[in-house]
Write a protein that binds this ligand. Sequence first.
Ligand SMILES: Nc1nc2c(ncn2[C@@H]2O[C@H](COP(=O)(O)OP(=O)(O)OP(=O)(O)O)[C@@H](O)[C@H]2O)c(=O)[nH]1
Ligand SMILES: [Mg+2]
Length: 413
Amino acid sequence: MGQLFSDTSNNEDNGDLVSSVTKYFMEIKAENKIISQETIHLIEFHLKNGNIQGAKSAINAALKIIEKAPINIAVTGESGGGKSSFINALRGVGPEDQGAAEEGITETTMMRNSYKHPKIETLVLWDLPGIGTMNFPPKDYLEKVKFQEYDFFIIVSATRFTKLQLDLAKAIRFMKKNYYFVRTKVDIDLQNEKESKPRTFDREKTLQQIRSYCVNTFTQNNMDEPQIFLISNRHLSDYDFPILMDTLIKDLSNQKRHNFMLSLPNITEAVIDRKHKSLQQHIWLEAFTAGLLAAIPGVGIHTNDVEKLKVKLNHYRVLFGVDDASLDVIAKDSQVPIEQLRKIIKSPYLLETKKEETLGEMLFKYLEKFHLANGGLLAADFYFRKTFYLEFLFLDTVTEDAKVLLRETYSKI
Ligand SMILES: Nc1nc2c(ncn2[C@@H]2O[C@H](COP(=O)(O)OP(=O)(O)OP(=O)(O)O)[C@@H](O)[C@H]2O)c(=O)[nH]1
Ligand SMILES: [Mg+2]
């Protein structure tokens, strides 16, 4: 939880709302921020003028944009290069799952297909036909596939990139969009190399060779060497897939970042942490607009709140892949019995109460415990409605659960 609840008692800035807000956002790294610097300045400006309502409106507007902003990702590349597999990977679904993009050795991608992210409704992945199969020059190809609809392009290849793909990249840049070159199936290359040269095999050297081979095409065509991401759609936490995700997050606009971060599969603890940071900011912003200075110490939690909290906790469990349906999938994929997985996580039991107490009472106890553990959070000069502290607790719990599950099953999937 860190910054949000510490430093509230003996801090010079304690009484100053503006500096508290400024400080909160200052501590968040630029590439993790989910609202723009302009919005932050606007909030500070309103607060400096004592205009709390203005600050709330600015945050509300930003939150609405975050919720609605569409994210459209185009994936292109020649047949069999791993487009469908890449799309499935980003959507966190296996090839055999319902609604998966079809993976296969025949040419299955004949036209543009869209795949919604199962958890993030605003995120759509587009499976485009390879430029080579369309027989169009890059500009016409881009027109045909409706280039203006996408936030960026992923150009996939399982071998080296072709001259045509390089020209496509130039055309994409000309249209002021971003592209990323992704070299798939590096696990196969490494395996082949290992089998053919068991004594001299050097993993790093082989990866370097793949990289130089890809880059050759660029130098031969007088193009600057771009960053090429070497990945395996079968082993996402290995190779450059996590670096690719970091790069995409960094390049996206602040308002699209939140939903994109939440959409990511839990491939590493670092990814889970980024999701946590993003959602923490979101809760903070909601809390700020909902009840700044409105919390009344000593009052319990209303029945209405309890219902809303249940919904929130379930939502967070789904987003962090620790809900019942996700556990089922993890158990099947990792062959770890589901009972064993249930034992090591906490979020399913957060809202279980003892017979003699109501859920409201139980949550209130949590709140008191949380309050103590975080150095008397109600001593802060501004504080949120109580329910938001519980949301932070839920978030911390699902985050930890996701990490525990990752550790437990990492070597088994
Ligand atoms: N080992 C390994 N296999 C992969 C990888 N990416 C894709 N494959 C396999 O390669 C085959 C082709 O992958 P697809 O994802 O169907 O390729 P595509 O580009 O969608 O192909 P079309 O739809 O036919 O254009 C499938 O059998 C995939 O399972 C990878 O990174 N590693
Ligand atoms: Mg396909």
